[in-house]
Ligand binder design. Structure first.
Ligand code: BJW
Ligand code: ZN
Length: 266
């Protein structure tokens, strides 16, 4: 009856933070990064998710991101995303801190959120730092448009993008002319400052901190649950697997996020 104990604690709470990772989107069919079926089991992150890799082979990096963008465009938010969106209405101070770049939380209706690792449908020039919104990137690079990607069959994607995309077609920065990359945070890059400072503040001041569907391995994001705990919050983990923060948690639910979150909201 862990859930009923947690509900009692939540009824007394005004400040709630939820920290999410790829596990929340796993039930929407988006692969996680680590673990047996994780992306990093099939692909080498140093060849795809670093600035060095982008400089070495921007075409390869863009093809991989467009492949993931199509998967995400075809996916739908799940019960877990929707439960989190409902939770923001229940507490006066609420912040969703996500590491996910898929935008599914926003599509489920979340508004009080920060995206610590950026958004895959946005763009960022790695030379001058200029950021491009989803609309701006799609107008410069129509292949990155969600609606376009959604309509491509697997065969059309293979033909037009995996086999057909040429380096000359990659999007160029309107300010400096260098290549625009996907709007995500790669290894060795800093996290967006405003999002990170909001996340630190929310972690330091919340009564309950949820860590949901994350392996809690990637820094600096992974320090947030422990900052919350040190600042006096109850720490809740929802994850079928153990993580490095499990032993610090007051509540641990070893089940898929959609199941646990919908039970909490019932
Ligand atoms: C379910 C479920 C279900 C499944 N329900 N749950 C050594 C020590 C400390 C730090 C470092 C170090 N060496 C290098 C670093 C720094 C590095 C880092 O932390 N590396 C560690 C891996 C060691 N960090 C960085 O580089 C960061 N920047 C930085 O530190 O800047 C300062 C700096 C400047 C100059 C030089 C060096 C440092 C940036 C990190 C950016 C991370 N980027 C990625 C890719 C984003 C772009 C993209 O999408 O392509 O972000 S990596 C990837 O990991 C992605 C995720 O957001 C992030 C976290 O992963 P997440 O979400 O936790 O997913 P998984 O797959 O790990 O876990 C899923 C979980 O779900 C599992 O636990 C499952 O059990 C669970 N699950 N189904 C609930 N249904
Ligand atoms: Zn630029």
């Amino acid at each position: 009856m862990e859930v009923s104990k947690l509900i009692i604690a939540l009824q007394r709470s005004k400040n709630v933070s939820i920290f999410t990772g790829a596990g929340v989107s796993a039930e929407s069919g988006i692969p996680t990064f680590r673990g047996k079926d994780g992306l990093w089991n099939k692909y080498d992150p140093t060849e795809l998710a670093t600035l060095y890799a982008f400089r070495e082979d921007p075409l390869k990096v863009w093809k991989w991101y467009l492949w993931r963008m199509r998967l995400i465009a075809l996916a739908e938010p799940n019960t877990g995303h929707r439960a989190i969106a409902e939770m923001e209405e229940l507490f006066p101070n609420f912040l969703l801190i996500t590491q996910n770049v898929d935008g599914l939380h926003r599509r489920a209706g979340s508004k009080k959120l920060v995206e610590l690792h950026g958004n895959i449908f946005e763009g960022k020039c790695r030379s001058c730092g200029k950021r491009y919104s989803e609309e701006e990137l799609s107008s410069i690079f129509p292949l990155a448009d969600k609606n376009y990607l959604r309509k491509l069959s697997e065969d059309e994607f293979k033909e037009r993008i995996l086999n057909g995309l040429r380096e000359e077609e990659l999007p160029e920065c309107l300010v400096c002319g260098d290549l625009i990359g996907p709007g995500v945070v790669w290894f060795g890059e800093s996290l967006p400052e405003t999002a990170l400072s909001k996340a630190y503040r929310a972690s330091e001041s919340c009564d309950v901190f949820f860590s949901v569907g994350t392996s809690a391995l990637v820094q600096p994001a992974a320090s947030l649950p422990l900052i919350a705990k040190r600042s006096g919050a109850l720490l809740v983990e929802i994850n079928p697997e153990e993580t490095p923060i499990s032993s610090y948690c007051n509540f641990v639910f070893r089940a898929p996020s959609s199941e646990v979150l919908s039970e909490i909201l019932l």
